[in-house]
Design a protein around this ligand. Structure first.
Ligand SMILES: [Zn+2]
Length: 233
């Protein structure tokens, strides 16, 4: 699992007038989970997010502009473009990852079969849709329709798990990924999956220098999710 994805927690914080305000603290756009810190979680007013559920659609630009106004601290960083996905779900803690093991179940020509073979009916599978407003609504409606689900898979995208506490949500995503890893290892047993490498890999320092030369301006300007989204678009 690389640094992509985003996490959130619903809390009550105090605004500039000393009022208690329910907020969604969600990972900011442009930071990676691998290196994230407390200050990378801007607080967004939860009632402002939930009000959007009534809408039919919004563009990414409209979401970004709206969320700018919904920040508890106007100077806070920009919240993730997947903020609505977190805010439309009721559990206190939501974790969204792009875990490789789970993606290998969904990034194929029959994701439903692969996912059902590993998770049965515990995990709800959401058909691919470009990340944005409609996907956030799909996810919330799917959970409302299947309240007993343990987790969700966004096909060709990633995982969604949740919990009443951060620990519970974390253990859920680890369980989910471990099940995928075990299933993959089971199918691989005794079989050669890939042939030998044809081109020897460069040393790490040379690889990093090459990557920086190819994409110097991307570093730090986009979160890995945005890079990922542009790669699949
Ligand atoms: Zn994502």
């Amino acid at each position: 699992m690389w640094g992509g994805g985003n996490t959130s927690i619903k809390l009550t914080e105090t605004d500039y007038r000393g009022r208690s305000v329910p907020v969604l603290c969600v990972k900011g756009s442009g930071s990676d989970l691998k290196l994230v810190e407390r200050r990378d979680f801007p607080a967004v007013r939860l009632d402002d997010i939930q009000k959007l559920f009534e809408r039919e659609d919004m563009t990414d630009d409209e979401i970004v502009s709206y969320l700018d106004h919904a920040l508890l601290d106007p100077g806070a960083g920009r919240p993730s473009i997947e903020t609505l996905l977190h805010g439309f779900l009721s559990p206190v803690v939501v974790i969204h990852t792009h875990a490789d093991a789970v993606l290998s179940l969904s990034n194929n020509d029959r994701p439903r079969d692969s996912i059902a073979a590993v998770y049965g009916r515990d995990v709800v599978s959401i058909p691919y849709r470009r990340p944005g407003f409609r996907l956030a609504k799909d996810v919330a409606q799917a959970l409302a329709a299947t309240p007993d689900a343990n987790a969700m898979i966004l096909e060709r995208h990633g995982t969604i798990t949740w919990g009443a506490t951060a620990r519970e949500a974390y253990e859920s995503v680890i369980r989910m990924i471990t099940r995928a890893e075990d299933a993959i290892a089971g199918r691989r047993r005794g079989r050669k999956v890939f042939g030998a490498s044809r081109v020897p890999a460069l040393e790490p320092a040379a690889r990093h220098a090459l990557a920086s030369a190819i994409a110097p301006r991307l570093r730090g300007r986009f979160s890995s999710h945005e890079l990922w989204a542009s790669a699949v678009a």
